[in-house]
Ligand binder design. Sequence first.
Ligand code: FE2
Ligand code: FE2
Length: 229
Amino acid sequence: MKFTVEHTPATIVKVYPKSSDLFKKYRIDFCCGGNRPLKESFTEKDLDESEVLGELNASYEEWSKEDHDVIDWDAKSLSELIDHIRYTYHAPLMEELPALGQFVTKVYSRHGGTHPELKELYRIYNDFKVEMEEHTIKEENEVFPLIKEYEVNPGEELLERIRVANGGLADEHNGVGDMLKEMRKITGDFIPPVDACGSYRITYARLAELEEDTFQHIHLENNILFAKL
Ligand SMILES: [Fe+2]
Ligand SMILES: [Fe+2]
């Protein structure tokens, strides 16, 4: 299989999960605005179509030669996908947000004087943390149970309630996605300064990991779970 400009990033990530690295590199959104064909992002970002596609297809070819277990979430039940999201993303996220928050605060208080971007990072991170915690609690306590109920007892009225709730969640995904983009921008792609101390390096590495996990997490919710409904 070869990817073309007509493919959407959301479809590509489903087939080839590691393509998310390339999308991040070129700032192509695959989780929130992932349902537009690649050609739109290429035009918008003034990217060289043949260069990026060439890189994508070459890395995909290499990757396909290796042995990978890619789960086809489209073929799984809604409950299985919800359980996967909860255990793989929600539970670790709820632990990581406060833990990483302590690092962000520590680095800001120690190095904010010489690195003013750390103050901005501190503010955005804390907004992101509150948003993401509230959002996750809403999914766990309100929306996911409705979806599970729908799977056992499907009905138009219930589906409508879920659709309305999902609309709100999708807007929140856009909001937190923008915050992650902003954090990537102000930290210069999460690359610490050469003289950075250990905590500084750990903070940036964990922020990069948080970004990766959140994009994959939102991709599953927007492009598979909500899309199925
Ligand atoms: Fe979630
Ligand atoms: Fe979500």
